[in-house]
Design a protein around this ligand. Sequence first.
Ligand SMILES: [Zn+2]
Ligand SMILES: [Zn+2]
Length: 88
Amino acid sequence: MFRCPFCGKITLTFSGLIVHVKTHLKDGRCPICLKEVRDLKRHTYAKAKQGGKAHRILYGLLNRGSNGYIGDLMRECRYEAYRACEVK
Ligand SMILES: [Zn+2]
Ligand SMILES: [Zn+2]
C-alpha cells in the first residue's frame, strides 16, 4: 500500500497513488512550495534537478508524457517516490 504525501490517503497500488495525487494539482499551485506555477511538470523537473527531496517525490508521482516516455530523472524520482510512499 502507498500513502499520499499530501493528505495521508492510502492507495492499494503505486499507479493508484499517481492517479490520486492529481487531485492535489488542480489549483495551479505547487503543493510543496505553494507557488503559482503554469506548468507543474516543468517546475518540479527544475526543482528535482536541483535535488529538492519533496519536489523529487512529487515529480516522480506525475504522469508520464502523453507518448508514454519516461526520462532518466523521472525514473529515478519515481523510484524515490515509491520508496518514500510505500507503507509496509
Ligand atoms: Zn492525497
Ligand atoms: Zn514547488
